[in-house]
Every structure is written in structure tokens, then in C-alpha cells.
Write a protein that binds this ligand. Structure first.
Ligand code: AMZ
Length: 443
């Protein structure tokens, strides 16, 4: 249960209805017992800092909140509620905040150009400074709704995102169990709901498990470390495999046309189309997609997302055009071999490091990257946890881990990193992983 703390400040009802909309159990309360019982706390606030700080102290809730949050309970401060998380505010004098985060709140006046209106009211884009839980479902430059005249500063250790209004102003913060947004998620439409959803999720969030089908000659196969000479055919009927994924509770499927990946063709498109049409699965497909025409062919066949590998390295203008036209229906495959990006069925390695590539993808506005450590792929020796941990901390894009996921421990460890997704290939076909159980763990 999420407790919205009612300390006599602000309209709590729009917040409550937003939380209900995303299916959260919620109570608006000023009762210390309910606050102690709650799984998470939401601290709203509008109006003047001094007045709000006084009300929090007088109600006795200040100490209750400090005790709970210091013991590890998650809190999300919104607008003035976020400002209350800091040490001090200089809003008409000097006032003490909760001191849960380092930093202070200062006037925008004198900091932003005089011609800009104060308060800062309206929609503004989020610029991420790092990846965090709170904004995991938000893409860079998505807009949220602000109303404020003061902003938090000297808070580098918790800063998550800024918004530009004559200066880069603190928009969102996160440090361990303490989170805050200067804007109003409850007034920020779908983006705001996604932020509240991320906050309400149990720790570690949920991760999408993508069971995989790699295709050669219309059959479900697996390669060892991408080696076409080391191929095992697992099933002549990929649709039957996809149906089994569905029966095990899968909602998504990852597919690769291995013939296409080698030569840029789409010989397995009919099988992919069949699965997209005859199951309810969200289908993502890669391998051989190197032109807008092929992107459109797959999307018209009922595929939900296409993956660009070779083209993302070799044809930047096509990638940019595809992202501009189809947004999050375009994902990129970052297949890593000795630190660089492998292309053309992994038979070639481009002169681009993973880091250079990831930075570029983020700048271009790619929302989703599927990263495969080729040395682990199909080897059933575990996945590269260190790599995915680094990627999830460094980039704000949705990251899916692929390669070597072979035990429930792998699934658990990846989920704890707040990854967007993980792909299971060989471990399903050999029976090393029970798909139903793995989906339960990922969720
Ligand atoms: O196993 C392989 N040799 C292999 C493979 N699984 N080669 C490429 N691929 C996948 C990539 C990506 O999803 O992981 O094919 C896709 C990229 O294809 P293309 O044609 O865009 O480079």
C-alpha cells in the first residue's frame, strides 16, 4: 500500500486518482500507524515551504517520516514535497527541510534570465543525467508539467534529470530509497503515470522475459556463440514453439532471422508473420533489416518492434530516419565481441567500441538496446552480469540482456539491476530453465 501523506498541504485527490489508475493500492493519511504500515510513502506539497515545514512538524509526522525513510522505506516527494527532502530552503528566509538529501532550495529569480516568467509553469522536456529507477519508463526529452518558482541546487549526488528554463533546473532526484520530482507526475499525462508506476513497483521492478526463436530455413535453431557451423535444430515448427512460450505465460518473443543477418534478406518473414498473427505475443525481430522498406514490411506483417544491427553501425541516416518515423518500434542490437560491435551475422567486427556505440544510440534517441555478449551466447555458462550492470547504470535507454542466461540465478540477478528485459534462448530448449518459473521471477 502506498501512503499519500496528508499534512494539510495541497490537493491530494488528483494524485490518488492517478495512482488508482495504474492499479496501486493507496491511502491518503495523516495517521502515523498507516504510514508505518505502508510499503512506500508519497509526500506531496504545494504552496510555501515555511508553512509546509511547520505543518509537518506540528502534526508530528516529520519524525515518523524520518524514522521510516531512514529505516529504508521508499519515499517520493512531489513538487514542494521534493523540496522538503533537502536540507534547507531559502524561500523567503532560511528554513529547515527533512535533510534526507544533500542540497538546498533557492529562488529561480536572479538565476534565470529576467525576461522569463516566474513561476515556471508548463510542459518541459526531461534531460537525464543518469539512469535511475524513477524514470526507467521515460524516454529522454519526454515532457512533464511544472509549476514552481524555486529549485533544488547543490544536489549532484542525487540528481537524475534536469529541465531547461533559462538554466538547467533540477527536475528529478533519486538516491537509494529517496526519490523526488519537481514537476507534477499526476498532471503529466501518460509520462507521469509511467513515473508513478516505476515508483510503485516492488524493488528491482519487473523485467520482461523474451524467450527467443532464431530462424534458419523456417526452423527454430540455436547457434553456439553465433557460429553458423555449430547449429542445432530444435524444432521444425516455430509456431508451436511460440505457442508453448505463450502457454508458459510469456507476453513477448525475440526472433532473429539468422539467414537475413548474414546477407540482409528476409527469407523467414512468412514464419515471423504467422507467429505475429496467430499468437498474442509482442514480437520483436532482427536479422537482415537494413532498409525502410524492410522495416515497413515487418511492421505490416504484425511485428511490434524491429531490431537494427548492421544498419545501426553502417547506415546512420537510415537509423535516424527509422527512429524519427517509428520511435520505440525501432530497437538496436549491440552485439559485443572483444569490446567492439559485431555485424553481418557476427562474421565481421566494426571498428566501434560498445561505449562509443551506446553513446551514439542514446544521442540519436534510440529507446531500446538489446546487448549480446557473443562470448556467452549459447554457451550455457551464465551471462555477463558486470556488463549489464554497467550499461543499466550508465544509459537511460531500455536495456535487454542477451547471451548465456542459463539459470534462475541469472534471471534474479538481472532483474535486480532494473534491466528492461532478458532473452532466454538455449536454456529454454535444453530445459535448463523452466520458462514459467523464470517469467514469475522476472515479474
Ligand atoms: O547468432 C548470430 N550469428 C547473429 C545473431 N543472433 N548474428 C546476428 N544476430 C542478430 C543480432 C540482431 O538481433 O543479435 O541479428 C540481428 C542483427 O541483424 P542485422 O542484419 O541488422 O545485422
Amino acid at each position: 500500500m502506498i501512503a499519500i501523506i496528508d499534512y494539510g498541504v495541497g490537493n491530494l485527490f488528483s494524485l490518488r486518482s492517478s495512482l488508482k489508475m495504474i492499479g496501486a493500492e493507496v491511502e491518503v493519511t495523516s495517521d502515523p500507524e498507516v504510514i508505518r504500515r505502508a510499503d512506500k510513502l508519497l509526500l506531496p506539497g504545494v504552496g510555501a515551504f515555511e508553512d509546509a515545514a511547520r505543518k509537518l512538524s506540528e502534526s508530528g509526522l516529520r519524525q515518523v517520516i524520518l524514522d521510516e525513510v531512514n529505516a529504508g522505506k521508499e519515499i517520493l516527494g512531489i513538487c514542494l514535497g521534493m523540496q522538503m527532502l533537502f536540507e534547507k530552503s531559502y524561500e523567503y528566509g532560511e528554513h529547515q527541510g527533512l535533510g534526507l538529501l544533500r542540497g538546498s532550495v533557492v529562488p529561480m529569480e536572479g538565476v534565470i534570465p529576467a525576461e522569463l516568467k516566474i513561476p515556471h509553469i508548463g510542459w518541459n522536456a526531461l534531460h537525464f543525467t543518469r539512469q535511475g529507477r524513477l524514470l526507467k519508463y521515460v524516454k529522454p526529452n519526454e515532457c512533464v508539467y511544472f509549476v514552481h518558482s524555486f529549485y533544488a541546487t547543490d544536489c549532484e549526488d542525487s540528481l537524475l534529470a534536469t529541465a531547461e528554463y533559462g538554466a538547467e533546473l533540477t527536475a528529478a532526484v533519486e538516491k537509494g530509497n529517496i526519490m523526488g520530482c519537481q514537476f507534477h507526475p499526476e498532471k503529466s499525462g501518460d509520462v507521469g503515470l509511467r513515473i508513478l508506476k516505476a515508483f510503485c513497483e516492488k524493488e528491482g521492478g519487473s523485467m520482461i522475459l523474451f524467450p527467443a526463436i532464431d530462424l534458419v530455413d523456417g526452423k527454430a535453431v540455436r547457434l553456439l556463440r553465433g557460429d553458423y557451423a555449430n547449429m542445432t535444430v530444435y524444432n521444425d515448427d516455430p509456431l508451436a514453439v511460440a505457442r508453448d512460450f505463450e502457454n508458459c505465460g510469456a507476453t513477448h518473443i525475440h526472433m532473429v532471422d539468422l539467414e537475413g543477418a548474414k546477407d540482409g534478406t528476409t527469407p523467414n518473414l512468412p514464419v515471423v508473420e504467422k507467429i505475429a498473427r496467430e499468437t498474442k505475443l509482442f514480437v520483436e525481430i532482427g536479422g537482415g533489416i537494413r532498409s525502410m522498406e524492410t522495416v515497413e514490411k515487418y511492421l505490416a506483417a504484425g511485428v511490434s518492434r524491429v531490431i537494427l544491427g548492421t544498419a545501426a553501425v553502417k547506415d546512420e541516416s537510415f537509423l535516424r530516419a527509422a527512429v524519427a518515423a517509428y520511435g520505440d518500434k525501432i530497437a538496436v542490437g549491440a552485439d559485443v565481441k572483444d569490446g567492439c560491435i559485431a555485424i553481418r551475422g557476427w562474421l565481421e567486427t566494426a571498428d566501434v567500441t560498445l561505449e562509443e556505440f551506446m553513446k551514439k544510440m542514446q544521442d540519436i534517441g534510440v529507446s531500446c538496446v538489446i546487448c549480446t555478449d557473443i562470448s556467452k551466447d549459447g554457451a550455457m555458462r551464465g551471462t555477463n552480469l558486470q556488463l549489464y550492470k554497467e550499461l543499466s547504470e550508465k544509459y537511460s535507454m531500455n536495456i535487454t540482456a542477451s547471451g548465456g542466461v542459463s539459470s534462475m540465478e541469472d534471471v534474479r540477478a538481472l532483474r535486480a539491476m532494473n534491466l528492461y528485459g532478458a532473452i532466454i534462448g538455449k536454456a529454454y530448449y535444453t530445459g535448463a530453465i523452466d520458462l514459467r518459473e523464470a517469467i514469475g521471477v522476472a515479474e
